[in-house]
Design a protein around this ligand. Structure first.
Ligand code: AMP
Length: 284
C-alpha cells in the first residue's frame, strides 16, 4: 500500500494498535541493502513501514539532491514482494509544510551533539546530521514505530540516531543491520548508480583497504597510525581519499590503540562520486 499523506498514515496506524510496528527509513532507489533491513523488520514486527523520502534538508547546496535517483514504481514492486505493509512516500511539502522555508531560521531542527558530528562524514557535510535527525524524529513521530531499522553502512548515522533516541527519550528501539555487499566487496549504495563499470572496479579500493586493515589488526597490529598507513599502497590518482579513521564503534571516541570495539571508517571519491564504507575490527 502506497501512502503519500500523513493523515492517511495515522488512520492506518491506529488500526494496528497492539501490533509491533517496524519502520525502515530510506531515500528510495532500493537495493538488497535496504531489503536486508526490511527482512529483519519482517522477522521482528507484525507490520513493516518503509519510508521513501529524499530529504532536502540533509543535502548540502553543492550535493546531489536534484539528481538523486527516484524510482518509486520499482521501489513499490520490491516492497510488495518483500511483504512490506505500507510505503510512506511524502512530498517535501507534506513533510515540512507548504511554503515552509527550509532553514533553521524558521524551522525546528534536531541538532545532534558537536562531538558526534564534528568528525567523519559530518566534517565535510556540515548540517547533514541535523537534517537526518530532524527527518528521522519526524518519521518516528508520524509512524510511531516500536523499532527503527538502520544499516551499519552508515555507521556514524546509526550512532547519532541512537544518541538522539536516548537523549530525547524517544520510545523506539534502534536495530542495526550488517552491510550488504556486492560479490567483489563493494558496499551496496544507491549512489553506485552514478559509477561507470570502470568506476565500480576502482570503488573496490574502499573494501580492500578496510579488509586489509582488519587483516593487519588480526595479525596483532594495534597502532592506529600504522594501520591507517597500510591504505596508501591501495590508493592511486583515481581515488580521492576524504578520510580514513579508526574510532570506537559505539561512542566514536578516538583510541590510543585499536581493539575489538574499534571500527575503521573510510570515505573516498571515485569518478567524483562520494562513497563511504566501514568495518569492525573485532569479530569474524
Ligand atoms: P538510504 O536510502 O541510503 O538513506 O539508506 C536507508 C537505510 O539503508 C540506511 O539505514 C542505510 O544505512 C541502509 N543501507 C544502505 N545501504 C546499505 C547496505 N549496503 N547494507 C545495509 N544497509 C544499507
Amino acid at each position: 500500500m502506497l501512502v503519500h499523506e500523513i493523515e492517511e498514515l495515522r488512520k492506518i496506524r491506529k488500526e494496528w494498535c497492539g501490533e509491533k510496528v517496524g519502520l525502515v527509513p530510506t531515500m528510495g532507489a532500493l537495493h538488497q541493502g535496504h531489503l536486508s533491513l526490511i527482512k529483519k523488520a519482517k522477522e521482528m514486527c507484525d507490520r513493516v513501514v518503509v519510508s521513501v523520502f529524499v530529504n532536502p534538508i540533509q543535502f548540502g547546496p553543492a550535493e546531489d539532491y536534484g539528481k538523486y535517483p527516484r524510482t518509486l514504481e520499482k521501489d513499490m514492486e520490491l516492497c510488495n514482494s518483500a511483504g512490506v505493509d505500507l510505503v510512506f512516500a511524502p512530498s517535501p511539502e507534506v513533510m515540512y509544510g507548504k511554503g515552509q522555508k527550509l532553514s533553521n531560521d524558521t524551522l525546528t531542527y534536531v541538532c545532534p551533539p558537536f562531538f558526534y558530528v564534528n568528525k567523519l562524514c559530518g566534517k565535510s557535510r556540515v548540517g547533514h546530521f541535523d537534517g537526518v535527525c530532524t527527518v528521522v524524529l519526524k518519521l518516528f513521530n508520524i509512524v510511531q514505530p516500536d523499532f527503527g531499522f538502520f544499516g551499519e553502512k552508515d555507521a556514524q548515522q546509526a550512532v547519532i540516531i541512537k544518541k538522539m533516541v536516548k537523549d530525547l527519550n524517544v520510545p523506539v528501539e534502534i536495530i542495526e543491520c550488517p552491510i550488504v555487499r556486492e560479490e567483489g566487496g563493494l558496499a551496496l549504495s544507491s549512489r553506485n548508480k552514478y559509477l561507470s563499470e570502470e568506476g565500480k572496479k576502482e570503488a573496490l579500493v574502499l573494501s580492500k583497504i578496510l579488509n586489509n586493515i582488519k587483516a593487519c589488526y588480526n595479525k596483532g597490529i594495534t597502532d592506529i597510525d600504522a594501520l591507517k598507513e597500510t591504505a596508501y599502497g591501495f590508493l592511486s590518482k583515481e581515488h580521492e581519499l576524504e578520510y580514513l579513521e579508526i574510532l570506537d564503534r559505539d561512542t566514536l571516541d578516538e583510541k590510543d590503540k585499536a581493539d575489538d570495539n574499534s571500527r575503521a571508517f573510510i570515505a573516498c571519491r571515485v569518478e567524483g562520486v562520494r562513497l563511504i564504507d566501514n568495518i569492525c575490527l573485532g569479530g569474524k
